[in-house]
Design a protein around this ligand. Structure first.
Ligand code: SAM
Ligand code: TMP
Ligand code: ZN
Length: 410
């Protein structure tokens, strides 16, 4: 049994998805021989309840100049982060000289709005490619990993922050002790630390096992974040569900006594009791095995029937699901994705080619396997002509199912 990365307590293993490559390390066709593999398994700490991966991948292997994730890659994300920024501007950053820091600003999807408003800000982003995209939008970016030493330096050059924000980044940081000491050093006494991250409840209740990959080191609950906050001298004053990535949670931390606590925390804690019971984890494990069985069975049947299948979207999730299920180019000959840095490369491990979106229409396949299922509404609406041409979508969480066009009037 392993020790918890946060508190040293005993961690019980709950799910093992086998040996996996790095989810966002899409190799070129000539780079397939030296892929990095690790064991993708997660477990919960008996003491602080934090759900975490059992093996940690070194951060430099993940977040480097070629890191392909683009936060601005969908209209849903652009709209969401613009409204996050607008809310901060109205509620937290209206004083003269206000200062906001974003940890993991990526291509600047949130800070662009802040920079436009002329408010002091700093994005901390170690991945050079996306940091350059942010800088090109007029955003001040520090190309480094945020940790205690970085935070102390930022404070001494810029002063304390009114708001520290992060999205889909805090769960990427195994060294939570250095991160939290950094936040404590940088935040103004009356300031807030806000982060929105994938939620364990969504993963478990939605059978979203493909949210597990090397970058998502922790899966937070309100309970585990509350425990983490206290450990580092903070109070969890609010928790609020947000819609991205199929259902995330936004946590707000402040120094004790500085801000009023909302009623949300208590009601979400009560809802979480069922979530962490052994029976819940057993059901999750068998549902994941069932998805593998049904999805592979469906793809093999379609192949036998001479039907064509193409993958739609190559998010990090595609790596987990195709490697866990053993789905390669024999079952899904290619995947279409709008991210230029993923195109003409291969899905890690299973080596399914990634092509630009045009390849989807040239010609339409009979079936499209939707790996970017969290963008289902946006994508299915955008690709209405595919359904009208007789195509069908395959979705695989929370269970495998086929969505066909029902002509109006039937
Ligand atoms: N915030 C964006 C969003 O929600 O779409 C980007 C999320 S992306 C999945 C995670 C980002 O965190 C990457 O751009 C990565 O380089 C960055 N990151 C990872 N570790 C970090 C650290 N210690 N400090 C700052 N950024 C980090
Ligand atoms: P995400 O769920 O992590 O944001 O990743 C979504 C992936 O799907 C990303 O690689 C971009 C891709 N995508 C498309 O190819 N077409 C689309 O219309 C959308 C919304 C996303
Ligand atoms: Zn622990």
């Amino acid at each position: 049994m392993l020790g918890c990365r946060l508190c040293g307590g005993l961690v019980d293993e709950l799910l093992d998805l086998g040996r996996q490559p790095l989810a966002n390390s899409f190799p070129r066709p000539d780079q397939t021989t030296d892929e990095f593999f690790y064991r993708l398994a997660m477990g919960a700490c008996r003491d602080c309840s934090m759900m975490q991966l059992l093996e940690e991948v070194p951060r430099d292997l993940k977040y480097h100049d070629g890191y392909p994730y683009r936060a601005s890659g969908s209209a849903t994300h652009r709209d969401h982060f613009t409204s996050v920024a607008t809310n901060f501007l109205a509620r937290e950053l209206s004083t003269k000289d206000a200062f906001v820091v974003e940890i993991g600003c990526n291509d600047g999807v949130m800070l662009a709005r802040i920079a436009k408003a002329g408010v002091r800000h700093l994005g901390v982003e170690p991945a050079g490619g996306v940091a350059e995209l942010a800088a090109a939008k007029g955003i001040d970016v520090l190309r480094e990993f945020f940790e205690e030493e970085t935070a102390v330096r930022i404070r001494s050059t810029h002063g304390p922050a009114d708001v520290i924000f992060a999205a889909n980044t805090i769960c990427h940081i195994p060294y939570a002790d250095s991160l939290m000491r950094g936040v404590a050093a940088l935040l103004k006494p009356g300031g807030i630390f806000v982060f929105e991250e994938p939620y364990l409840g969504t993963v478990i209740n939605g059978m979203a096992f493909d949210q597990l990959y090397d970058e998502h080191f922790y899966f937070f609950t309100v309970r585990s974040v509350q425990s983490m906050a206290r450990r580092f001298g903070f109070e969890l004053i609010d928790a609020e569900p947000t819609p991205l990535h199929g259902g995330s949670m936004r946590y707000t931390l402040a120094l004790p006594g500085q801000r009023a606590r909302t009623a949300n925390v208590r009601s979400l804690l009560a809802q979480e009791e069922e979530l962490t019971k052994p029976d819940t984890y057993r059901r999750f494990r068998s549902a994941v095995e069932r998805i593998r069985h049904d999805l592979v069975g469906l793809l093999e049947q379609l192949k036998q029937d001479g039907r064509t299948v193409v993958g739609y979207g190559a998010p990090g999730k595609v790596t987990t699901v195709t490697n866990y299920c053993g789905i390669g180019p024999d079952l899904v000959p290619y995947v279409c994705d709008s991210t230029p840095s993923k195109q003409h490369r291969l899905v890690p491990g299973t080596h399914i080619p990634v092509r630009p979106p045009d390849a989807f229409r040239d010609p339409y396949p009979d079936y499209a396997l939707l790996f970017a299922w969290n963008h289902a509404d946006e994508i299915i609406a955008k690709e209405q002509a595919f359904l009208e041409a007789g195509g069908s979508w395959i979705l695989y969480v929370p269970e495998v199912r086929v969505v066909r066009h029902v002509p109006a009037g039937r």
